[in-house]
Design a protein around this ligand. Structure first.
Ligand code: ZN
Length: 158
């Protein structure tokens, strides 16, 4: 058993009309939201993939297939809790987690404290960082057609 395990996660979703914008389990007031089979919480999806990667498991699409009606419009918080249970069942805990949300709009800074607190509660860990970036108006993210997220996690054997 490895004492420490590091994982990396990435995700991107399209920004569209008539969808809620949910990031890190927090609803953000905005005229658009992210398109996806679940609630399309791009930050939580990147975090989940970093955790599955750290454990050497298959990715989020394999664990929660978008062909499965069970996961239609499901809150990604539910999926994150399931993955955290897998981590604990293998004897691991979260050492620390770092993440980026890359969005040209809306301005996410006012929501970072709430997003971070929400993740800390779910993951039973204080060492969680969430950073908000723009894409300097470049590419799909910069043109407000998508929001992207990255995450790196380190797990330790309890
Ligand atoms: Zn996703």
């Amino acid at each position: 058993m490895l004492k420490y395990r590091v994982g990396i996660g990435y995700d991107i979703h399209k920004l569209v009309e008539n969808r809620k914008l949910i990031l890190g389990g927090v609803e953000i007031p905005f005229e658009k939201g992210l398109l996806g089979h679940s609630d399309a919480d791009v930050l939580i999806h990147a975090i989940i993939d970093s955790m599955l990667g750290a454990l050497g498991l298959d990715d989020i699409g394999a664990l929660f297939p978008d062909t499965d009606l069970k996961y239609k419009d499901v809150s990604s918080v539910v999926l994150l809790k399931e993955v955290f249970e897998i981590i604990k069942s293998k004897g691991y805990r979260i050492n620390n987690l770092d993440s980026n949300i890359i969005a040209q709009a809306p301005k996410l800074r006012p929501y970072i404290v709430e997003i971070r607190a929400n993740l800390c509660k779910i993951l039973e860990c204080e060492n969680i960082s969430v950073k908000a970036k723009t894409n300097e108006k470049m590419d799909a993210v910069g043109e407000m057609r998508a929001i992207e997220a990255n995450a790196v996690v380190m797990l330790y054997l309890e």
